[in-house]
Design a protein around this ligand. Sequence first.
Ligand code: GLP
Length: 247
Amino acid sequence: MADILTTPRITILDDPARAAAEEISALLDETPSAVLGLATGGTMIPVYRRIAEGCAASRMSLARTTTFNLDEYVGLPPRHRQSYHHFMTEHLVNQSDMNPARMHLPDGAAPDPDAEAARYEAMIARQGPIDLQLLGIGANGHIGFNEPGSPGDSRTRVVELTARTRRDNARYFAPGEPVPTHAITMGIATILAARRIVLLATGSGKAQAIASLLEGVPRSDCPASFLLRHRQVHLLLDPAAASLIRR
Ligand code: GLP
């Protein structure tokens, strides 16, 4: 059967992080117990800062929200400074009224990472669907840690990181500290099961990935292009990230 494809909504603005925080705030106004899918990476830091400001000013609350993060490095326990668990604690839990017991990430230190991936997928299925999934994008078009070659029907699993992603993410590690080789990530199909998806990209380093995503057909070499199969995707881009879009 042919793919049914849609064109994502695209908004280009100087402060896409603010727009993302406002979308989340509007959802929580309507549904305080909404299930959020969250992402890590430098692009998300200003989003979480805005959310923290909203909580501090009592304009928004995460107290009843349940969250599921996209991914975690295999081998890094939650307290490790470069773990995504630590990132979320530092940038969101400690800065807001979020209940840490309702924040979920795969356990990077689980003795059996494959079993952990299956447990995480089952937990999302049980507590989902995710109402709004926040996404960043890798320079190579990855979403979560679904690297080029990831199938559109993939679910949460252990993946090997590409040399490029490990190089890109090395900036978050101490000089000389090894970047993990594997991660547990939600799959493309896990991500597409969310009701709505908001993808944020800033800077010229993401321009090629955004242009490839919009090229027209879902392709494994640009995992983000599978988003064309979802009806409710909103791309929030700054002008640099949007600079190679052809139309
Ligand atoms: C990591 C994460 C992705 C994120 C990407 C971009 O690889 N697994 O979810 O989108 O980094 O990160 P940054 O925003 O730091 O460029």
